[in-house]
Design a protein. Sequence first.
Length: 159
Amino acid sequence: MKRETLFLKSVIYLMAVFVLGLCIAVLPLAASAITAPHWSIKLMYGATFIGLYASAAAFCVALWQGLLLLRYIDTDSAFSELSIRALRKIKVSAAVLSGLYFLGLPLAYIVAQEQDAPGIIIICFMFALAASTIAVFAAVLQKLLTHAIALKHENDLTV
């Protein structure tokens, strides 16, 4: 493992352990603690937990693709189609995350009204904006990398 990417890889591993820990320990405990008086509220909470697990899956896919991208950088194949493919998958995962959180905003509003906690809406909106920012950033990097590969290929042909 190269020293330049060691820190980034360790941060990705720590984020993955944190997300998996939330999915394995915290979310089931929170789901079992729900004592809603009405079945429609239980359905809303169930949809929320399904959305959280789906967003965790999309996040783990993005983390895996980030690890692959760092591996390509380590093996000096950063300017390749594999890197473009990894960035495309990161972009799609971030877009899925953003879509899930934007779809969850009305549900967050209902839960915030039920629990009298308006911070839930702000947190959900900030997660959606962060995922949107990552999707845009990955799209820009993908386009830049595509142009850099084309320029490199053109320069290889002129020598």
